[in-house]
Design a protein around this ligand. Structure first.
Ligand code: FMN
Length: 304
């Protein structure tokens, strides 16, 4: 599965990733649910609500707080065609946490005990949660499992870091294996999967029902095809250059169509470059990051 990544996995990026790697499932970026406006979603976010994209199931992810706003949002999403909804219980940043949304909600299991069954009742299709192992305690997940099971959640995505840990240290997938053994819910493993080989090992070691990949898919959307054996697991350098060229060359027109103005398009392309860390391409990536016009960016791409 392609992970939700705010600022990155917009519909144009999802199209590109589907076209190149064809993950089995894609997620929207988190859609923020307003506690105030009865419309619940911003206009741009509304455009993201659907059951699938390019033939691949699309999971609509909600982040917010309060039973009423979230249930309302789930109903609006359903009425606008969503079939799969996910609740974000992992986001560790900024306003998310001060308003006790995303990962901060893990501090309030009693609110979850009310919220999750209410959401379940409102959602006709699939209902999943994406969560950290705990707020501060990485073993909190074990006290949350009965709550998730009793609420009728269909599956969960586990990123085995704590909320306070943010992205420090390593994801501890021994926890993932333990969670798989202790719940009847399908568990999708997420966090620090950097290559197809690591992904396969992860499935073997944890017994997870599937994988969710974020940052590594921004570096190489073909990772999903590599996992299936539809693209070389370890391409040689020439092939890596062709793959990277094909990726960025394919993304540029999609971003020109989606975003407004040269600066925004370039900024969005440069955002993606932050994830490309092969030392062999460091010099080109550095120059791409400095380019000031789209034609200059496109010319540099030809050097790959
Ligand atoms: C820039 C960025 C944006 C993210 N946005 C979201 C989001 O909207 N919703 C969410 O549940 N997780 C979000 N995440 C977390 C990722 O979905 C994922 O759980 C995390 O990056 C670990 O997976 P990875 O190691 O494969 O990247 C984001 C992560 C990053 C780096």
């Amino acid at each position: 599965m392609l992970a939700p990544m705010q600022g990155l996995t917009n519909s144009a990026m999802r199209r590109l990733v589907i076209d190149r790697g064809r993950p089995e499932v894609v997620f929207t970026e988190f859609l923020r649910v307003s506690g105030v406006s009865r419309r619940r979603f911003g206009r741009r976010d509304m455009a993201d609500i659907a059951a699938e994209q390019d033939g691949v199931p699309l999971v609509v992810q909600l982040v917010g707080h309060g039973v009423e706003p979230l249930v309302d949002a789930a109903l609006i999403a359903r009425d606008n065609g969503a079939r799969h909804l996910n609740l974000n219980l992992g986001c560790p940043y900024g306003r998310m946490t001060t308003a006790a949304t995303g990962g901060a909600l893990l501090q309030y299991p009693e609110r979850l005990a009310e919220l999750l069954p209410a959401l379940r009742r409102a959602i006709a299709g699939g209902f999943s949660v994406k969560l950290r192992a705990g707020y501060e305690d990485p073993r909190q997940i074990f006290s949350l499992l009965p709550l998730l099971e009793d609420a009728g959640v269909d599956w969960l995505v586990l990123h085995p870091r704590t909320v306070v840990q943010k992205y420090a240290g390593e994801a501890d997938h021994r926890l993932t294996a333990e969670v798989v053994a202790r719940t009847r819910l399908p568990v999708i493993a997420n966090g620090d999967i950097r290559s197809a080989a690591e992904g396969r090992l992860m499935l073997e070691r944890t017994g997870a029902a599937g994988l969710m990949i974020g940052r590594a898919a921004m570096a190489d959307p073909l990772i999903f095809a590599r996992l299936r054996g539809d693209a070389p697991g370890i391409p040689d350098l020439e092939q890596q250059a062709r793959d990277l060229h094909g990726y960025l060359q394919g993304l540029l027109p999609l971003y020109r169509e989606r975003f407004c103005g040269e600066k925004q398009v370039l900024d969005k392309m440069k955002n993606v470059l932050l994830f490309i860390d092969q030392p062999a391409f460091a010099d080109t990536v550095r120059r791409l990051k400095k380019s000031r016009t789209i034609p200059a960016f496109a010319r540099l791409l030809e050097e790959l």
